[in-house]
Ligand binder design. Structure first.
Ligand SMILES: [Zn+2]
Ligand SMILES: [Zn+2]
Length: 611
C-alpha cells in the first residue's frame, strides 16, 4: 500500500514560510492498497488538495474516509473535499459512535447555515455513514482494527493491514500515565499496555507527537503525546518506522528538524534500530511486506450498534473527593446519564439493586483499598460480575497485574478534566453496552491454569480417544459442531474439534470460558436472545453460534479445566435425556484427560460390560 501525507499539522492550519517543508494543513493521510482501495485517514484541511488531485485523476472516484474523532482539525476539510460533490461517486465515512448525536449529525453541525453555505445533505455523491466501536472491519482486502485512544473526545485509532504490511494511525492520543508522557518509562498503566499492543509490530506508525517532554507537564490532560513517549512506545512495541505527526501549530520547520534529531538520538541511546521521521506534506511512503495478517477472524465487529438507552444507565461513584465527584457528575450529566454517590461500604448493596452500568471506586478514604473492594465485589455472584469497575487513583498506586486479578476494568488517573472523564466514560459505556460479555475469571484461576497445563495436552496432536467422543456427541445430539475445549490463559484450545476448522479461539469470545465458571451445564438456547452472547463475534460472524451446550470438564482434583460442548447454527433446546447423554459423554472425556499422552494406542484391559 502507499501512504501519502496531505495534512500533518495538529489543532489549527498554519500555512506560512515557517511551515513550508512539513506542511501547514491539518490531519489528512491518503492510503491506497495495491488492489486500489482509497482510504483517507481523517479529513482535516489537507483533504482539499487531495480532493482536487483525485478529481483530476479520474472522472469518478470512490473511497472510504476513516475519522479518528470530530475535533475541527480532523473534519474541517470534509466540506471542501470535491469528490463528495460529484454525482456518481460513492463514499463511506467512518467515525466513532457517540452516545447522543449520530456521526452524521455531528458532521452536519459544522455545515449548518450559520457556518457554511452548503449543507451536508447537498453532497451529490452517494455517502454512507458508518459508526464504529472497538473491533474490526474490512474494506475489500484491507483489514482494519479500531481501538479507543485517550483524548478529551471519544477517539479511535486505526490499525490497517494490507499487502503484507501493517500501518497504524494513532492521533490524538495521550498516554494514560503522566510519567510516560514525561518520558520516564516506568510501570505502564493498563491503557498504555493496551496501546502498545495496538501498535505492536507495525511496519509504520503515524503517531500524535505534538509536544516535547519538557512542554508536556503544562499540557497534561490535553490529549496529546510527547515525542519522548512516542519514541519509547514505538521501541517497546517493536515498531519498524514511526512517523511523528500532528505537529504543534507553534512548531516551525527548523524546530521539527531539531525534534527529529532528538528523537533519533533517544532511540540510538536506547540501542534501538527504528526509523524515525516527521510527517511532511506531500511525502509518500510505500509499504510492502510478507507479514501474516494479525487480524483475527474472530475479531468483534466494529460496526455493531450497542443497544443504548442512556436514561436506563446509571453510574455509581464511591470513595472519591468532592472535587472529583463534581467532575464525574458533570461528565455524566453532559451525556444525560444519571449518577449517584454512595458510601464505599454501601457499594455492594447499590450494585445488587441498582443495575449500574459503570462503577467508579476512589481511594479518597484511606481506610478503603479500592482494588480490594473491587475484588470483593467481583466475588459476589450476580449482576455485579459484568459491570465495568474503574479505580480512580494516583499512578503510583497502580499495579496492572494486581488490578487484573481483582477484576479492575480500567484506571482513571489523577488529574483528569471533565472532558477527559467524559470521553473515557463514553468508551467504557460503549464497551459495556455491547450485548456481549467476556467471561469473568474464576476465583482460583492460577491453580486452575496450573491444572490445565499439568494435563500436558495443550498443543498436542489430535487423538482418536478424544475425537470419538466429539463424533458421538455430534451424532447423538444432531449438532454440527462438537468440541473438547481446554480453557488456557488467553485462549480456548480444542483438543478435539468436530465440524469446526480452528484449533483455538481467543478466550474473550469463548462460550466454554463461561461454562467453566460453574459445575452445572451451560445451555444457551438462543445466543441472540442472551445479553452475554448476542453480539459475540462468534455469534454475529462465523461460525454463527446460536445454540450452545457445554458441560464443564473436571480433573480428579476437581479443577474445571475446560468443557465438552455442542454448538448449533439455529436456536434449539435439549431434553433432559439429551442433556444427561451429553453429561455422560463428558464423564468419558474426563476419564481420558489424565491418561498419559498416547494412551490411545496402549492396550487397556476393560472389564466386559455386565460382569
Ligand atoms: Zn487533533
Ligand atoms: Zn483532538
Amino acid at each position: 500500500m502507499q501512504v501519502r501525507f496531505w495534512g500533518t499539522r495538529g489543532s489549527i492550519a498554519t500555512p506560512g514560510p515557517a511551515t513550508v517543508r512539513y506542511g501547514g494543513n491539518t490531519s489528512c493521510v491518503e492510503v491506497r492498497s495495491d488492489s486500489g482501495e482509497v482510504i483517507l485517514l481523517d479529513c482535516g484541511t489537507g483533504a482539499h488538495a487531495l480532493g482536487q488531485a483525485l478529481k483530476e485523476q479520474a472522472k469518478a472516484c470512490s473511497g472510504h474516509i476513516l475519522i479518528s474523532h470530530t475535533h475541527w482539525d480532523h473534519i474541517q476539510g470534509l466540506p471542501f473535499f470535491a469528490p463528495l460533490f460529484a454525482p456518481g461517486n460513492e463514499w463511506h465515512i467512518y467515525g466513532p459512535r457517540g452516545l447522543g448525536q449520530s456521526l452524521q449529525e455531528v458532521l452536519a453541525g459544522q455545515m449548518e447555515y450559520a457556518y457554511f453555505p452548503v449543507a451536508l445533505n447537498a453532497f451529490a455523491a452517494t455517502v454512507h455513514f458508518h459508526e464504529v466501536v472497538e473491533g474490526g472491519l474490512t474494506i475489500g482486502d484491507v483489514r482494519i482494527a479500531t481501538h479507543y485512544l485517550n483524548h478529551p473526545a471519544l477517539t479511535v485509532g486505526y490499525r490497517i493491514e494490507a499487502d503484507g504490511a501493517t500501518l497504524v494511525y494513532a492521533t490524538d492520543h495521550e498516554p494514560h500515565s503522566p510519567d510516560a508522557g514525561c518520558g520516564h518509562a516506568g510501570k505502564e498503566e493498563t491503557g498504555d499496555i493496551a496501546h502498545l499492543d495496538f501498535i505492536r509490530g507495525a511496519d509504520l506508525v503515524i503517531h500524535d507527537a505534538q509536544y516535547t517532554a519538557a512542554e508536556y507537564p503544562a499540557k497534561v490532560g490535553w490529549g496529546h503525546s510527547s515525542i519522548e513517549y512516542v519514541v519509547d512506545a514505538a521501541i517497546a512495541a517493536n515498531v519498524k518506522h514511526v512517523v511523528l505527526f500532528h505537529h504543534d501549530p507553534a512548531r516551525s520547520d527548523d524546530a521539527v528538524d531539531q525534534l527529529i534529531a532528538k528523537a533519533r538520538q533517544r532511540a540510538s541511546d536506547a540501542g534501538a534500530h527504528i526509523e524515525i521521521t516527521a510527517a511532511a506534506e506531500g511525502e509518500a511512503i510505500n509499504l510492502h511486506g510478507q507479514q501474516e495478517p494479525k487480524f483475527s477472524p474472530f475479531m468483534p465487529s466494529s460496526l455493531v450498534n450497542p443497544a443504548s438507552d442512556l436514561l436506563k444507565e446509571l453510574i455509581l461513584i464511591a470513595g472519591v473527593s468532592d472535587e472529583e465527584r463534581a467532575i464525574l457528575n458533570e461528565a455524566a450529566e453532559a451525556d444525560s446519564i444519571p449518577s449517584v454517590l454512595v458510601a464505599t461500604d454501601k457499594v455492594a448493596e447499590a450494585l445488587a439493586s441498582g443495575h449500574p452500568s459503570l462503577v467508579f471506586l476512589g481511594d479518597a478514604d484511606s481506610a478503603v483499598d479500592p482494588v480490594l473492594l473491587c475484588q470483593k465485589l467481583r466475588s459476589v455472584n450476580g449482576d455485579g460480575r459484568d459491570v465495568p469497575i474503574i479505580v480512580v487513583t494516583e499512578q503510583a498506586n497502580v499495579s496492572a497485574e494486581r488490578g487484573e486479578v481483582a477484576g479492575v476494568t480500567d484506571w482513571l488517573t489523577r488529574p483528569f478534566s471533565m472532558q477527559y472523564a467524559r470521553s473515557r466514560m463514553r468508551a467504557w459505556l460503549m464497551r459495556s453496552m455491547l450485548r456481549w460479555r467476556k467471561a469473568a475469571l474464576p476465583q482460583n484461576e492460577e491453580e486452575r491454569l496450573e491444572a490445565v497445563h499439568k494435563l500436558g495436552l495443550l498443543d498436542t496432536e489430535a487423538e482418536e480417544r478424544f475425537d470419538r467422543h466429539t463424533r458421538i456427541a455430534a451424532a447423538a445430539l444432531d449438532a454440527p459442531i462438537a468440541l473438547v475445549t481446554l480453557v488456557d490463559r488467553d485462549r480456548q484450545w480444542f483438543k478435539s474439534h468436530k465440524g469446526f476448522d480452528f484449533s483455538e479461539t481467543p478466550r474473550d469470545i469463548g462460550f466454554c470460558a463461561h461454562a467453566i465458571l460453574e459445575d452445572k451445564p451451560l445451555v444457551v438456547t438462543d445466543a441472540l436472545n442472551d445479553d452475554r452472547f448476542a453480539e459475540n463475534p462468534a455469534v454475529i460472524g462465523d461460525p454463527r453460534v446460536r445454540f450452545y451446550a457445554g458441560i464443564p470438564l473436571h480433573t480428579s482434583d476437581g479443577a474445571r479445566v475446560g468443557a465438552l460442548c455442542i454448538v448449533d447454527h439455529k436456536p434449539r433446546t435439549l431434553s433432559s435425556t439429551q442433556l444427561k447423554m451429553l453429561q455422560d459423554i463428558a464423564k468419558l472425556v474426563e476419564e481420558e484427560l489424565e491418561q498419559p499422552l498416547g494412551a490411545d494406542v496402549a492396550h487397556i484391559e476393560r472389564v466386559p460390560m455386565g460382569s
